[in-house]
Design a protein around this ligand. Structure first.
Ligand code: NAP
Ligand code: G4F
Length: 341
């Protein structure tokens, strides 16, 4: 049975990847940080059989310990401060976790394998945010980087240190340059989920408006379930390399609003959306669109879920979740009223 160690197991991609690897017959180990991480119960429920190990990307000894216990054939380094907006406010922490954290994970593998790094295959979760102020469109593996946020700068370090360990120590280290990917498991701070949840709450009468920043930004949005399959495919090749993973389509935040609101029968969303300067960024990435032909040709990877299906899937999931929340609130209010009567 192959062993896999996933950092970032509590995140969107960690959960989908854990499910995929368990289905494929892997023993899955997940790194969990903090002394009482509230997401542990959710991970154990979603991934029965997963073995959780304590560790933090800012703490090398804990990473060495995790690699020693897991004895992994494959390490997927998904852990990061991943919210671009936060990275300006906590730039040093982002550099330590999202950037130097990659170096620490590679060092843990180097130390545990006594310099025979090729024994453990390593996946680094690189990002289209590295392209930033884009030099060409669509962006591909050879496109120059111009990151626009502390997060993008940290990811660029993580990408290059992965390539460097491959070239310096023979590490089987792969960098997946993934464009935005979303799902009902996406954190509520990201724009797709903020909109899908806001639209569901507005449709059910629980919220009046959604406050947003730049509506003109364009992203290449795919489905996270498709993208973790690309990660696994990258590590199955005998040659370590870098791959862009994207749908090849770009849409604006405005188009995202059109699609999400029209799904609940609202054609004119202007009364429900306000622009709030708090959500504008000091430097913006205006447009991203990826060329994933290398992943298609060498990995046989193609996205299965398109933009409209993705948005509708997220709105449907949020409609169901918000309905349950409102039902629970009603039941509590009825209980309180009965006690007072
Ligand atoms: P996510 O949902 O934000 O998950 C991030 C994970 O990192 C969480 O499990 C978090 O743990 C963990 N983490 C944070 N700080 C850590 C630390 N100091 N030590 C160990 N773990 C730590 O992100 P995601 O969307 O699944 O993305 C997975 C990876 O792909 C990230 O590296 C992200 O930057 C990258 N990426 C994502 C996208 C995308 O569109 N989703 C695109 C390109 C690249 P807690 O739960 O304890 O906070
Ligand atoms: O959903 P976002 O916060 O995602 P962003 O910044 O593109 O980053 C995500 O994708 C990267 C890959 O390219 C990952 F590496 C990264 O970890 C993360 O998963 O914002 C998308 C766009 C931005 O242009 C932002 O300015 O939406 C715009 N936006 C407009 N109003 C907003 C809002 N973003 C957020 N989060 N919240 C708003 O209210």
């Amino acid at each position: 049975m192959p062993h896999a160690l996933i950092t970032g197991i509590t995140g969107q991609d960690g959960l989908y990847l854990g499910e995929l690897l368990i289905d494929k017959g892997y023993e899955v180990f997940g790194l969990v940080r903090g002394q009482s991480n509230p997401k542990v119960a959710m991970v154990e429920k979603t991934l029965p059989g997963v073995r959780l190990l304590e560790g933090d990307l800012t703490d090398l000894p804990s990473l060495i310990g995790a690699v020693e216990i897991a004895q992994p054939d494959e390490v997927y380094n998904l852990g990061a401060i991943s919210f671009v907006g936060l990275s300006w406010r906590q730039a040093e922490l982002t550099g330590e976790t999202t950037g130097i954290g990659v170096l620490r994970m590679l060092e843990a593998i180097r130390i545990v394998t006594s310099d025979e790094m090729g024994r453990i295959r390593f996946y680094q979760a690189s990002s289209s945010e590295m392209f930033g102020k884009v030099r060409e469109t669509p962006q591909r593996e050879t496109t120059a980087f111009h990151p626009r946020s502390p997060y993008g700068v940290a990811k660029t370090f993580g990408h290059y240190i992965t390539v460097n360990y491959r070239e310096s120590y023979g590490a089987h280290a792969v960098s997946g340059i993934l464009f935005n990917h979303e799902s009902p498991r996406r954190g509520v701070e990201f724009v797709t989920r903020k909109i899908s949840r806001g639209v569901a709450r507005i449709a059910l009468g629980a919220q009046e408006k959604i406050a947003l920043g730049n509506l003109e930004a364009r992203r290449d949005w795919g489905f996270a379930g498709d993208y973790v399959d690309a990660m696994w495919r990258m590590l199955q090749r005998d040659t370590a390399d870098d791959y862009v993973v994207a749908t090849g389509e770009t849409h604006s935040v405005r188009e995202l609003l059109d699609t999400a609101f029209s799904h609940v029968g609202i054609d004119d969303w202007s009364p429900y959306v306000v622009q709030d300067p708090r959500f504008l960024r000091p430097a913006e990435v205006d447009v991203l669109v990826g060329d994933a032909s290398k992943a298609r040709d060498l990995l046989g990877w193609r996205p299965a879920v398109g933009f409209r299906t993705l948005v509708e899937m997220m709105v449907n999931a949020d409609l169901a979740a918000v309905r349950s929340e409102l039902d629970r609130e009603d039941a509590t209010l009825r209980g309180d009223a009965a006690q007072r009567a």
